[in-house]
Design a protein around this ligand. Sequence first.
Ligand SMILES: CC(=O)SCCNC(=O)CCNC(=O)[C@H](O)C(C)(C)COP(=O)(O)OP(=O)(O)OC[C@H]1O[C@@H](n2cnc3c(N)ncnc32)[C@H](O)[C@@H]1OP(=O)(O)O
Ligand SMILES: CC(=O)C(=O)O
Length: 530
Amino acid sequence: MHRRIDIYDSTLRDGAQGEGISFSVLDKINIVKALDEIGVAFIEAGNPGSNPKDLEFFEEVKHLELKNAKLVAFGATRRRDIRPEEDANLQSLLIADTEHVAIFGKSWDFHVTEIINTTLEENLRMIQDTIRYMQEKGKKVVFDAEHFYDGYKNNREYALATVRAAAEMDVHSVVLCDTNGGTTPMEIYSITREVCEQLDVPVGIHCHDDSGTAVANSLLAVEAGAQQVQGTFVGFGERCGNANLAIIIGGLQLKKKFQCIPEENMELLTPTARLIAEIANIRLQDGMAFVGKNAFAHKGGMHIDGVNKASHSFEHIPPEAVGNERRFLMSEVSGRSTILKKINKIAPEIQKDSPETIAIINRLKELEHEGYQFEGAESTFELVIRKHLGKYKPFFELENFKIMNEKPAAGDQFSAYAMVKVRVEDAVKMTAAEGDGPVNALDKALREALEGFYPILSKVALTDYKVRVLDTKEATAAKVRVLITSSDGERSWTTVGVSTDIIEASLTALVDSIEIKLIRDIEEKMKYYL
Ligand SMILES: CC(=O)SCCNC(=O)CCNC(=O)[C@H](O)C(C)(C)COP(=O)(O)OP(=O)(O)OC[C@H]1O[C@@H](n2cnc3c(N)ncnc32)[C@H](O)[C@@H]1OP(=O)(O)O
Ligand SMILES: CC(=O)C(=O)O
């Protein structure tokens, strides 16, 4: 292992400056626990001078025992022309009662004279007075040199003077910020290297992603000598976001052998990223490196064939190393190896060259051509395989159904009614149900009709319903693809239907969903008796 890198997470401070992000005190506490568990060194947990919620949080968080991370409260240097003890924001920082505080100060001469409207000399005094005051109060100070790289490019001597002013005070670290996210990777490397050579205190890096290079910039800053990396765990933050720490940790620890978090916690990388996204109520991008749902999803037939022979043929690291998982996607670009894996779950005797394998691939391609997509709906594909192999017996027959829409809806509650007639062997049952729309009414009527025959269906609920119009030129006569996700509380599965009639497409997906549940039920029972 190379040197240790301090991971400094600002999800709760700079992350909270991202559009659409708002944490409750409990959300913040839960994120602190997750970050501590995975083993980041610092958690910049809020800006106590900004709002009462952050102050309340710092009061609450005192009761938490952290095993790895140190909490940091964040705020600006004192305002111009006043003493630190007169500055309300600095007083709030003290109330937060953390061992470390982060103080951001100006490093770009233009910001000093045009944004905070003071002199270059007063700004240097603001930096040193604030650090001294905090140190007198027993705090360890992280100094964030805001806009350092833009400042360096505009007035190198002055930018360096601001970080020297902080370093002379023997701060915990001086962090170089690419606040506007516009600095290129090689500029970051050479400027950071120069600063690291000049300062006697540890240097950190804080990048924003406005040029899409925040991760690359952070990695290069470490190569140039930075010892602390600031960012947010899944990358959200002001404007385009902050450097994504999950990706940085993956890159630094697995590829460059720096130690960012305890080695045994690397497998928490994906669960932690997903938990933080969940708490923040954002969707983690499927394509996110290391931790995204697609990071190890293989679609091309040749890739799948390669991965089955040797996983590193198309994977840069094993997914388990970061707690992620490999997925093989079913589609028209799948080869026989992928399809065979699915077929073998139902008929282990079938080989790659068996005529059944070829016939099922051809059927898959035909169906995709008609508008089906099985990537997210493998349950329907399982039924295609079963039907093709003769390993399928319908559980029921839908003899007929009728749907009525009503507008305005009676009592403003339901807008649609459905009647269905089903046959199970010689028994026939008719039911009617009302629903929030035709598909909801049909779903309810169908389940009600079948529950008498198959009580297990009472556990099934529809959890997601998506419609995609496939040929927009045809307007209302266009084909639609309906994806339905169902759950029985333990498992969820997705089925698909395609038709020019949205009701028919929904019905196909609904029937497949019910059949899959009944097949799983039989499989469970067989396992029990074997
Ligand atoms: C790059 C970064 O991400 S830095 C962090 C940015 N984060 C935030 O702004 C979120 C939290 N901020 C807030 O809640 C509020 O801005 C507060 C409570 C801190 C301050 O609110 P207000 O007193 O109403 O000031 P407002 O936000 O309008 O303006 C900022 C003030 O801070 C001053 N200021 C800005 N940076 C600094 C600094 N590094 N040192 C000292 N003063 C500063 C500005 O000069 C301005 O004061 P002025 O109006 O006297 O010129
Ligand atoms: C300090 C900070 O958040 C920045 O400069 O971007």
